[in-house]
Design a protein around this ligand. Sequence first.
Ligand SMILES: Nc1nc2c(ncn2[C@@H]2O[C@H](COP(=O)(O)OP(=O)(O)O)[C@@H](O)[C@H]2O)c(=O)[nH]1
Ligand SMILES: [Mg+2]
Length: 303
Amino acid sequence: MFFDKIKENLKKTKEAFDVKMSNIFADKKDINEVIDEIEETLILSDVGYETSTKICNKLREDLKKQVEKDEQAIKTLLRKEMTDILLSDEINKIDSIELNEPQVILVVGVNGVGKTTSIGKLTKLYTKAGKKVLLAAADTFRAGAIDQLEVWAKRNDVDICAGKEMQDPASVIFDATKKFNDGGYDVLICDTAGRLHNKKNLMDELEKMKRIIDKNISEDIHKETIMVLDATTGQNGAIQAKLFLEKTDVTGIFLTKLDSTSKGGVVFSIVDELKIPVKYIGVGETIDDIEKFDSKSFVEAII
Ligand SMILES: Nc1nc2c(ncn2[C@@H]2O[C@H](COP(=O)(O)OP(=O)(O)O)[C@@H](O)[C@H]2O)c(=O)[nH]1
Ligand SMILES: [Mg+2]
């Protein structure tokens, strides 16, 4: 079952909520005490202080209005409040990636978060949907990064525009946009470098790549900037994300490594604070370890 698979994939994240939640309800306590402990559990699961408080304040309000206050009733309300955080109006306004639209995707994020791997997974989704995909290896900072994307291109049997080590990444993007326009492709996915030690350069580089995409790719073609975040870094990842956001218009998040972290609660604070939707989650290292993010199933899988 799809749902069981999500649960299994999100095992660590689920445990972080589950075990603590059942302990809360194990001994009979005053309702306020229960909610205080839920709040603490949320904070410990990396939901973030402000977001946890927001969820629990709403929960208190909800509970005032209803008579049922047993474990099941509280959990149902909690699920609703947590789902609402992920589906707030502002987020709904942002379009989600449609597999059917022709599009150009710029993938950004710091080193090691899983950019290249996630591109490999996305490529499989698009090719499975019958789309012709082109990859651009614009992480020219190390030769290894280009080779790594080439391996994913081979695995997916798609074309790739690969630059040389230390080539200006913007020139790789330039070549890729040209090939995309001339070659009848549906989707172009661009890998980028993520070294943070030279932040200004990195941000300037990203801006330049975006300018080239905007200039060379027709307005009718959908453009996305996907920021990849590593869930195991919890609240630090959220801070990292803010740095990128100062400079780039990120349209969606790919949250990786949710299979191996108890800090999956970070999804809630990211969406609540940054107002950017999580579009995909990574739940392992292989090509099929990707899920399209769905707020309701996510919440139901962890609580
Ligand atoms: N467990 C797990 N590992 C992942 C996931 N996504 C990526 N990785 C691993 O994270 C490491 C860094 O990935 P890479 O794609 O090279 O990151 P990049 O530097 O951002 O391009 C690799 O060992 C990947 O296999 C995921 O969803 N789950
Ligand atoms: Mg990489």
